[in-house]
Each structure stands twice: as structure tokens, then as C-alpha cells.
Design a protein around this ligand. Structure first.
Ligand SMILES: [Zn+2]
Length: 202
């Protein structure tokens, strides 16, 4: 059982190797500066890597009685497109019955039309990365409006600035990351060291 869930170090090695975690000097659209950047779909473009990460996350959920006792009548839900490969991988590993994902439509997080009240099984919300926790919280509100119970929540990476609990349950992750984010160039050590900055899209 020892190697079934990779260590945080092993997860970081995978993210570095695939380019999903990058180090340097990054400038975000909101003007913030950071020495690191995550682009998680780069890890999920390789099937083997995607499988290792999703299976590992699924094992954390399977250890929870409230989840394992309800399988397979469980839904795995992603807040956005980035979490879809994670949701499919976790669903597959748990053999859960349903999968859904939300998308932003005119600024509002929604499911596709004709997903109706009462149709969604008790759910696990999974994402590739949890930064602020806003996307997860909006998804919690969305599934609750459809009378669905949330029995789990997690991501491959969780920023340490994100909530560690959602709806009274722990947020599961394979790696918790110590975020360094600077409001402007005056505060940014890379700017001070004259490291050239790179604009990132989001
Ligand atoms: Zn900077």
C-alpha cells in the first residue's frame, strides 16, 4: 500500500517533468507577480501521467466511509474545463456512476441545460488546482441549488491560501503548495533581481 499514493515530492516531479509547474518570473493578467506558474493541463496531456494523478486522488476519496459506502451511486463534478480530465480519471478509478462539469456562461457557473433538480447523485467535486477556492465554492452553491449533497472535494494541487475545508469536510489534495504572489514590482524579488518577466494568460 506504500506507493499507492505518491508523495508530494513525487507529484511535484511529475508536474515539473511535464511542464505543468514552471519556475521563473511570471506576471498575471491581474498585475500580480510570481516566481512560479501552474498550467495543469500540461500534465494531463500524457495519458500515463493523468492516470497516476487521478488514481492517486481517487484513493484519498475511497478511504472516506461516506464516499465508499455510496459508490457507485456517486457523481464526480468538475467546476471548469481544467478539471474535466481529473473528473474522468477519478470517476473511472472509483467506478462512480455519473460525471458532470460546469462552465462559465455570461459570468455565471452553470451546468449544461436540462440537468435537472434531483438528478445528480451525492457528489465529489474535483479540480486540477484550487487557487482561491472561488470556483469550488460556486460549484458547491450550484449543486446545492439542485438538491445534491456534497460528500467530497479535492484537487491535484491546493494552494495553501485556499480553504482546507468545504461544506464541513476536508479538501483532499496530492500536494499543498506554498504560494508566493506579489502585488506589484516593488514587492517582487525577481523584479529587483532584474529577471525578465513573462506575461501569462491566466
Ligand atoms: Zn516581478
Amino acid at each position: 500500500m506504500v506507493e499507492l499514493i505518491p508523495s508530494q515530492d513525487a507529484v511535484m516531479q511529475i508536474l515539473k517533468r511535464t511542464g505543468a509547474f514552471r519556475e521563473g518570473h511570471f506576471i498575471y493578467p491581474n498585475g500580480k507577480h510570481s516566481p512560479h506558474y501552474f498550467q495543469m493541463p500540461l500534465a494531463f496531456r500524457y495519458y500515463d501521467t493523468a492516470r497516476v494523478l487521478a488514481v492517486a486522488l481517487s484513493r484519498k476519496f475511497r478511504l472516506e466511509k461516506d464516499i465508499s459506502s455510496q459508490l457507485p451511486k456517486v457523481a464526480v463534478i468538475s467546476p471548469s474545463s481544467g478539471g474535466i480530465p481529473v473528473a474522468f480519471g477519478v470517476r473511472d478509478a472509483l467506478n462512480a456512476e455519473q460525471i458532470y462539469w460546469a462552465e462559465q456562461e455570461t459570468g455565471k457557473r452553470m451546468f449544461r441545460q436540462y440537468v435537472n433538480q434531483g438528478e445528480i447523485n451525492p457528489c465529489i467535486i474535483v479540480d486540477d488546482i484550487i487557487r482561491s477556492g472561488n470556483a469550488i465554492q460556486e460549484t458547491v452553491d450550484l449543486v446545492k441549488s439542485l438538491d445534491t449533497r456534497i460528500i467530497g472535494c479535492g484537487a491535484i494541487v491546493r494552494f495553501d491560501t485556499a480553504p482546507s475545508e468545504i461544506e464541513g469536510g476536508p479538501v483532499r489534495s496530492l500536494m499543498d503548495f506554498d504560494v508566493k504572489m506579489y502585488d506589484n514590482e516593488q514587492q517582487c524579488p525577481e523584479c529587483k533581481a532584474k529577471v525578465p518577466g513573462e506575461q501569462v494568460r491566466f
